[in-house]
Ligand binder design. Structure first.
Ligand SMILES: C[S@@+](CC[C@H](N)C(=O)[O-])C[C@H]1O[C@@H](n2cnc3c(N)ncnc32)[C@H](O)[C@@H]1O
Length: 436
């Protein structure tokens, strides 16, 4: 049979089944109901925001998920228009339902952080196309929870695939093939995915978790390694604790005192602040520790890309129950719109690899009227500093071009913020701006 013929058979089978699929008279499909709690339990092991249900049918899993987690965004896709029609009749808010083929998913790259596929995969004549499609639409770090039929013994699987299924076609079933661990492993490898869990559960259930690996881009790898190497001396340089760091600041940074600038920036946070503050990048918390100790009623989140820096921040701040530390990217903040009253960014924007994304994200998560307070390096103020940044710090990965001049930064801020204070000291700028 051709792929087209298999698919036509599936559509025929499920057009007939659609009206009774979720009823008590669903016959053989009643078995699928036993899968739902286990798919849910697997999914609940990690947070997700955008979920795709492949071969969603009439949407039993989407119904369950939507009732339990109504604030997530859901998409369901199925080849059989009648199944989607029944799913749409449920009128679930924020659930998109699409008639389409899972072997060629009509969604953009990196659209979902979780994909489920329950009792549909054995209908796909081109399983590699499905895995390739999943690899494209999943975000790095995202996962596919695949639940289907299988048999432990290769001989029994051979019997099912070569005797039982062709017979089933005669009675209108669109089943194509069931798989063992080696098959799934190969499909994963060929599509750049990782098979994280493969289990045979119960009499004949395949339960898999497949992950899209996170590949660090070169510019991010640079940051990770440079901050790891420098984590032992980072604080000494910034706080001018050692003779050589004093000399370095004097020679290359026009003697601008980072301690003083940090004090100014932190003075924008009221003593009795009791809202939510995002500190990105939190670094080692060398400048902020004292301030955070005093802000007993604030809810503080510190985010940094470098685990090495976070480890030191953890040591400094671990006693503070109101401070959370999170590994993450300033260009892709894991927070909802307008969650924070203050966004603080000390010595971050000259290091962020995607500055546009970082500006967009810090703006997005800040409440209207909220404070954006920051300090960082700007170019065009000192030839010596610019040359050091260009020829050494940027090459090592501590700084990442392109850099703003003070005027460029001011213009950028003015587009979205009311600037309360904007000060330039040597090659450093610090400011306080309110989101309009
Ligand atoms: C047994 S039902 C499973 C429905 C639902 N996932 C569940 O767990 O109850 C299988 C579904 O897979 C769909 N299907 C089969 N081949 C497909 C394909 N190539 N792309 C999308 N859906 C497909 C069928 O239309 C049918 O709705």
């Amino acid at each position: 049979m051709t792929a087209k013929e298999y698919k036509a058979l599936s559509v025929k089978e499920f057009t007939k089944a659609a009206e009774i699929y979720e009823s008590d008279n669903a016959g053989v499909y009643n078995m699928c109901k036993k899968d739902y709690p286990e798919v849910l339990a697997e999914l609940e092991k990690e947070p997700f925001t955008d979920l795709l249900d492949c071969g969603c049918g009439t949407g039993p899993m989407l119904t369950l998920l939507h009732e339990k987690y109504p604030d997530k965004h859901y998409t369901g896709i199925d080849l059989t228009p009648k199944m989607i029609e029944v799913a749409r009749a449920k009128n679930m808010k924020d659930v998109e339902l699409v008639v389409g083929d899972c072997e060629n998913l009509p969604f953009g790259e990196n659209s979902f952080d979780a994909v489920i596929c329950c009792e549909s995969f054995h209908h796909y004549p081109n399983p590699q196309d499905f895995f390739n499609s999943i690899s494209r639409v999943l975000r790095p770090g995202g996962r596919l929870v695949l639940r289907d039929m299988t048999m432990n013994s290769a001989a029994v699987r051979w019997f099912c695939n070569n005797i039982e299924m062709p017979l089933a076609h005669l009675i209108g079933k669109g089943d194509v093939r069931i798989y063992g661990r080696d098959d799934i492993d190969k499909l994963c490898r060929n599509s750049g995915l990782q098979l994280e869990l493969f289990e045979k559960r119960g009499f004949c259930r395949l339960h898999c978790v497949v992950r899209k690996p996170v590949k660090e881009e070169k510019r991010y790898q640079n940051i990770t390694s440079s901050y790891k190497q420098s984590s032992g001396i980072y604080d000494d340089v910034l706080t001018r604790k050692k003779w050589w760091s004093k000399l370095y600041i004097r020679l290359f940074w026009g003697n601008v005192d980072d301690n003083e600038i940090a004090e100014k920036v932190l003075s924008y946070i009221p003593e009795d602040f009791s809202g939510r503050l995002l500190d990105v990048p939190v670094g080692t918390a060398v400048f902020t520790q004292k301030k955070y100790e005093a802000l007993k009623n604030a809810d503080i989140t510190g985010l940094d890309y470098s685990e090495a820096m976070l480890m030191q921040a953890r040591e400094r701040l671990e006693a503070l129950e109101n401070v959370k530390l999170v590994q993450g990217d300033a260009g892709h903040l894991p927070y909802k719109k307008e969650e924070f009253d203050i966004v603080l960014s000390m010595n971050g924007f000259h290091a962020f690899p995607d500055k546009k994304a970082a500006f967009r994200e810090t703006y997005r998560v800040l409440k209207k009227g909220g404070k954006f307070i920051a300090c960082y390096y700007v170019k065009g103020r000192s030839r010596v500093t610019d040359s050091l940044v260009r020829n050494s710090l940027a090459k090592k990965g501590w700084f990442t071009p392109p850099f703003d001049t003070a005027q460029m930064l001011k213009n950028r801020l003015e587009r979205a913020y009311d600037i309360k204070e904007f000060m330039v000291k040597g090659s450093m700028v610090y400011f306080c701006a309110l989101k309009r």
